[in-house]
Design a protein around this ligand. Structure first.
Ligand code: PEP
Ligand code: MG
Length: 587
């Protein structure tokens, strides 16, 4: 039977493929295809891991003290039995042999299948054995991790067996750090139960430019391993086991979207200038140094936001030192070939925890509100040693090209002064050790309403500003951007949000300071005319959005749009006013 599940649209396009269900706690397991010639060795890895775990369990059994409860021995026997059970051993092997999954992926795929069966059992005792099964799989995964050969193949390794279907990842939640490992992965679509349109998981999915739906509530419960799925990233809909007619309709849409995409790609070399001759800078948002290639390919004229925190995440506490960071920043600067690179200082916290704990777990485990806590610049200023390392690393990269530093979550004048001091200290340290660096401009992210309201003060202490609409909306409307239950209230068209954005752009323009928008609004064509009307001439977005935004820019008359702005801002329902008044100005 075909089922439809509604969620939040995250990343455009249509994906059609088979479901790969991944438990949230298992998304950090490597997922890659192996070649035909590696199948035997991979099955061998699995066998070795099983033997190692069996030896571990037998040893544990022999160590159980005599006086210990017999239950412990019985439990270890259950684990041994599960380890050798056909359902786990044989079926996992089949994922490797038939699908060419790597051993870890095969193991977690099979765990998912069996766990479902346990969930459906009537008998309480048997249902509870699921926890034992998870423990056994956990041991097996640890054993696999200890094997040296368990390394993913180099990026781009060929999927060299015929007939495989495209795959769509379905999980309850995926932490932003875990999304990163899927960047060049085998999946052609994503679905998660939780998350809002601008949650960081959604942002990373969008940067990968593959269709995704988040906040699809029960999706991971409804979908079964291997089900056929359609992910409609434009409408935010997941269709499970579609009928042949629906499938054909979506295949047709998929082809049309590809044609549209190809048309847009032709704008790559077209200058980004409005009809009335105003140049508009289109910059790229990136998460990893390797994304710089996509930024260049899209025709971006620089990096407007490098979310450096992704270098810091999912590292089990071992943060990148100055040298490692310097190499990463330098790679971006060199890849951008002289174009400006804006590096944002680390913005961890809230839905971007440092370790692999998912945002979901984080929300439930912490009673305090992490979005209002020690995140972004607050965290950096509380860790002067780490902050100094990051500033020195960025300054050193500035010797290789034009670099700008962007500070997240600024709200106080004192923060501006403290950052300037830290920067002066970092410069002095480099000068003392004879390390070269060039001039860097310092910018503030305007993403807390208080910062927008004290623009006249902040602008005196920063060389440029960049508006983070994702957080600005979250904090203005008191809506957790990652919480799907209030996603319908997350409204970029809210009059209060529009006033803050318009004011910030106007104040910066009056002061002659560069201003850009680097939140998701900048890459959404629904807002291009509005932002142009507000006087914005610099947009920073996912590389995949550059062409679509350029198309809007070159069809707009910025001066004519500006005359409509007061009416839009004064309207009771700005979205309606904007759509009618601003559309008339687009040619
Ligand atoms: C924003 O808040 O708009 C922004 C660009 O930063 P991030 O999404 O990383 O919080
Ligand atoms: Mg932000």
């Amino acid at each position: 039977m075909s089922i439809q599940v509604f969620g939040q649209p995250v990343s455009r396009g249509v994906a059609i493929g088979r479901a790969v269900l991944v438990a949230s706690s298992r998304v950090d397991v490597a997922h890659y295809f192996i070649g035909t010639e590696q199948v035997e060795a991979e099955v061998g890895r699995l066998r070795e891991a099983r033997d190692a775990v069996a030896a571990e369990l037998v040893a544990l059994k022999s160590e159980v003290p005599e006086e210990a409860h017999a239950e412990l021995v019985a439990l270890l026997d259950v684990h041994l039995m599960l380890l050798h059970d056909e359902m786990l051993a044989e079926a996992t092997k089949q994922w490797i042999v038939e699908r060419h999954y790597n051993a870890e992926w095969a193991m977690s795929a099979q765990l998912e299948v069996i766990a479902r069966q346990f969930d459906e059992m009537e008998d309480d005792y048997l249902r509870e054995r699921k926890a034992d099964l998870e423990q056994v799989v956990e041991r097996l995964l640890r054993a696999l991790a200890r094997q040296a050969s368990g390394m993913p193949p180099e990026a781009g390794a060929a999927r060299d067996f015929a007939g495989e279907d495209p795959l769509i990842l379905v999980a309850s939640d995926i932490a932003p750090a875990d999304m990163l490992q899927f960047k060049r992965s085998v999946f052609t679509g994503f679905v998660t139960d939780v998350g809002g349109r601008t949650s960081h998981t959604a942002i990373v999915a969008r940067s990968m430019d593959i269709p995704a739906v988040v906040g699809a509530r029960e999706a991971s419960q409804l979908v079964r391993q291997d089900d056929w799925l359609i992910v409609d990233g434009d409408a935010g809909v997941l269709i499970v086991n579609p009928s042949p007619i629906v499938l054909e309709e979506y295949r047709f849409r998929q082809r049309q979207l590809e044609l549209e995409r190809a048309k847009l790609d032709r704008l790559r070399h077209t200058p980004s200038v409005t009809l009335d001759g105003q140049p508009v800078e289109l910059l790229a948002n990136i998460e990893l140094p390797t994304d710089a290639g996509a930024a260049m390919a899209a025709g971006a004229v620089g990096v407007g936001l490098f979310r450096s925190e992704f270098l810091f995440m999912g590292r089990e506490g071992r943060l990148p030192d100055e040298e490692e960071q310097f190499q990463a920043y330098r790679r971006v600067v060199e890849a951008m070939g002289g174009l400006p690179v804006t590096i944002r200082t680390v913005d961890v916290g809230a839905d971007k925890p440092l370790d692999r704990m998912s945002a979901h777990e984080l929300r439930h485990e912490h009673t305090l509100n992490p979005a209002l806590g020690l995140r972004a610049i607050r965290w950096s200023l509380s860790e002067p040693e780490m902050f100094g390392q990051q500033l020195r690393a960025i300054l050193r990269a500035s010797a290789y090209g034009k670099v700008r530093i962007l500070v997240p979550m600024v709200a106080h004048r004192a923060e501006a002064l403290q950052v300037r001091q830290a920067l002066d200290r970092a410069r002095a340290q480099l000068a003392q050790s004879g390390q070269p660096y060039a001039d860097v401009e310092l910018g503030a992210m305007i993403e807390i309403p208080a910062a927008a309201l004290i623009m006249p003060t902040l602008i005196r202490h920063f060389d440029f500003v960049s508006i983070g609409t994702n957080d600005l909306i979250q904090y203005t409307l008191a809506i957790d951007r990652a919480d799907e239950s209030v996603a319908h209230l997350y409204d970029p068209w809210h009059p209060a949000v529009l006033q803050l954005i318009a004011q910030t752009i106007a104040r910066a323009n009056e002061a002659g300071r560069p201003v850009s928008v680097c939140g998701e609004m900048a890459g959404d064509p629904a807002f291009t005319e509005l932002l142009l009307a507000m006087g914005l001439r610099s947009f920073s977005m996912h590389p995949s959005q550059v062409a679509a935004i350029k198309q809007r820019v070159i069809r707009s008359d910025a001066r004519a749009l500006a005359t409509q702005l007061p009416a839009v801002l004064a309207a009771e329902v700005p979205q309606e006013a904007g759509q009618s008044l601003l559309r008339t100005r687009v040619h």
